[in-house]
Design a protein around this ligand. Structure first.
Ligand code: 1PR
Length: 553
């Protein structure tokens, strides 16, 4: 097998990249010291998180000059995400730290007046020359494919500026901002998106780089008239609630209002509902076109050492066949191992990232941290799980999963919490309600409302909110639109709507009536009532932009 050298200079989830490289027929050799770079023929520089931190780490480790020497020697070089940003002059994210200065542009933060930041999801990488100089593109980038991006800073695109100096550029558009999604010249190639998380389209691009396939002619039917409008698609996420069944095997389960035990049946009454095997089901959803897969380990690690939790094995196996982002939730908090050793939330998250997760999702611990945040007069301690994980791995790696329940009141003055006037009064005729946060899988309610939680965790550095709703969970009656609108209005980070999906129409309804960034389904997929592709086909028919799975074309 041919080899590619890779630099792992900051904590980052590189396992999925290694899996993707293996999948396209190459193996990774790690660069452990600057002198290893002399032996590198092909070099990949991945990167996540903070621009200044990444560049300072490279500089401190003595890597900057050997990287420049590799690039000037003409040997193949690929930068991914912050690895792309490193090639530029610098970034607004840290004005004191310069980039390599190979491309005379600086990264700017997305203007966040009208859109969620970070920019998370599937967007284009459209070669700017398509349609002007024939029908070819660089490194297999296809104008009708979508690629997975996650970043808050981007290189703004000025037509012609870089092309005049021999660069090939592919762009994406987020809201009204067009930015550089990929760039190449000679031996250099870099992508702002993550090819290893971009399904078949990403694997094609990675393979093209590794095989030195710089320019490719596109199929004649490739549309040259694709518009440069906002290219971000509506994200559809498949969620697998996983727990040990009564025989101790991890199974995918699903309940309603968080009760996952069978209610009737002579043989099944009281047992954990078993809907299938986690790895197989995740693969099936990937093949159906799920844009992300989320695992919620709803009983986290009971009775076994943290490092042996079977969930780690599930992630490892899943990440070998699923090339879209994987999120894992459940039990991410400071914890004590079965032998009494303390393990920090960051250590737990690190185990998950090393096993192939791209994001971790924090539930109960986020609620406790938010209560402490308000208790301390809205002061950050730097010590919470959210802060420590987002500092080490970047905000995009931290999702907060929220499990709220409606609490009705007669008048807003009857509570200190933020209320909404609902179109759906309760049986007592009360139409005001607030959304109360819960912990431990809904078993304990807390004196905190969902907006307070969302604002606190945004301040701590969470990158995304997974917004469940216990009242709607497993109901098949559609999402709680009022809840989503309430939370979206309070924060800038993306929100994933969850709980209640029962049909493709429910997904159209949520995208039409709220600004949610993504929508998640569980039971309807697990019970085989609809596939992810059926949901996407329906959304597409209704005029929403979705990523087609490559097999559908
Ligand atoms: O608190 O950090 O250990 O995390 C525990 C995680 O497990 C939380 O994210 C919490 O939401 C989840 N969880 C705990 N108990 C349950 C349960 O069901 N008994 N599952 C549970 C929550 C919520 C969604 C669900 C949607 C969509 N599941 O992921 O899949 O409601 O369902 P639907 O489309 O079928 O309506 P911590």
């Amino acid at each position: 097998m041919s080899t590619v050298h890779m630099l792992d200079y900051v904590a980052g989830n590189v396992r999925s990249l290694v899996n993707a490289i293996n999948k396209v027929g190459f193996q990774v050799e790690w660069v452990k010291s600057p002198s290893d770079l002399k032996n590198a023929e092909k070099l990949i520089l991945p990167g996540v998180g903070h621009f200044g931190h990444c560049l300072s780490q490279l500089s401190k480790g003595g890597y900057l000059d050997p990287i420049k020497a590799h690039i000037t020697s003409g040997k193949p070089f690929m930068g991914i995400c912050v690895g792309l940003q490193a090639l530029f002059d610098g970034s607004e994210e840290d004005c004191d730290v310069p980039g390599l200065g190979l491309i005379p542009v600086s990264m700017q933060k997305f203007n966040d007046d009208s859109k969620s930041v970070p920019h998370i999801g599937w967007n284009s990488a459209m070669d700017t020359k398509i349609g002007t100089s024939g029908n070819s593109s660089f490194y297999g980038l296809n104008p009708s494919s979508k690629y997975y991006y996650v970043h808050s800073y981007a290189a703004p695109y000025t037509p012609g500026l870089l092309e005049e100096n021999g660069w090939s550029v592919a762009t994406a558009t987020y809201g009204d901002e067009e930015f550089i999604g990929a760039i190449a010249r000679g031996n250099i190639f870099a992508t702002q998106f993550h090819p290893e998380k971009s399904g078949e389209a990403g694997l094609r691009t990675l393979g093209a780089f590794l095989n030195g396939d710089q320019f490719q002619t596109l199929a004649p039917q490739t549309s040259l008239s694709l518009k440069k409008s906002d290219g971000l698609t509506r994200r559809i996420i498949a969620c697998l609630d996983v727990r040990a069944n009564d025989s101790g095997d991890l199974v995918v389960t699903k309940g309603d209002q968080y009760d996952v035990r069978e209610k009737d049946g002579v043989d099944t009454g009281g047992q954990v509902r078993n809907l299938g095997k986690p790895v197989d089901m995740a693969k099936a959803y990937y093949e159906q076109g799920a844009d992300e897969v989320t695992f919620l380990n709803i009983t986290s690690f009971r009775n076994c050492p943290v490092a042996d939790t079977p969930m780690l094995e599930i992630l490892k196996r899943t990440s070998e066949t699923v090339f879209v982002p994987l999120t894992i939730g459940g039990g991410i908090k400071d914890t004590i191992d079965t032998d009494g050793t303390p393990i920090s939330a960051l250590d737990v998250a690190t185990m998950y990232f090393k096993s192939g997760a791209d994001k971790v999702s924090i539930g109960s611990d986020a609620v406790i941290a938010a209560e402490e945040f308000y208790g301390a007069g809205e002061k950050l301690t730097g010590k919470t799980a959210i802060e420590s994980i987002s500092k080490a791995y970047g905000n995009q790696a931290v999702v907060v999963s929220v499990d709220p329940k409606r609490v009705y009141v007669s008048r807003p003055e009857d509570t200190n919490h933020h209320t909404i006037r609902s179109q759906y009064p309760n049986a007592a005729g009360q139409s005001f309600c607030w959304y109360q946060c819960t912990i431990k899988g809904g078993r304990e309610t807390r004196d905190l409302d969902v907006r307070q939680l969302a604002k606190a965790v945004e301040a701590m550095g969470a990158g995304e909110i997974l917004l469940n709703c216990i009242d709607k969970d497993g109901s098949n009656s559609g999402f709680d639109l009022e809840l989503i609108n309430d939370v979206k209005a309070a924060i800038k980070i993306p929100v994933i709507a969850s709980s209640g999906a029962g049909s493709p129409e429910h997904f159209a309804e949520i995208f039409e009536n709220t600004n949610t960034d993504a929508a998640l389904g569980a039971g309807m997929f697990h019970r085989g009532e609809y596939t992810v592709s059926e949901v996407k086909n329906y959304l597409s028919y209704r005029g929403f932009l979705v990523r087609e799975s490559e097999g559908d074309r």
